[in-house]
Design a protein around this ligand. Structure first.
Ligand SMILES: [Zn+2]
Length: 86
């Protein structure tokens, strides 16, 4: 996944509410864990792909878009790496 793809996924996930900035420090995005927001992220990413978003240029079928969204959400911080107590 290149940086363009990453930017697009971040934008979709933020707008969908699947990730949001840490409420304490605001320095890191934290995974919200809301199923509805996750579904919204998939939908928004697929729409961006259909619209020809440059982040998905190398992808030619929806399953590839879903795969990078899943990868992105799986990799998102469950807790803020700066504030969370280990
Ligand atoms: Zn924090």
């Amino acid at each position: 996944m290149n940086s363009h793809t990453m930017e697009t996924l971040e934008r979709c996930a933020r707008k969908a509410g699947a990730i949001e900035p840490c409420s304490l420090c605001g320095g890191y995005d934290v995974y919200v864990g809301d199923d509805e927001a996750d579904r919204m992220t998939y939908a928004m990413a697929t729409n961006a792909w259909k619209a020809g978003d440059s982040g998905f240029r190398s992808m030619w079928k929806p399953a590839q878009v879903s795969a990078v969204v899943k990868q992105f959400l799986d990799a998102a911080n469950d807790r803020c790496p700066s504030c969370s107590i280990p």
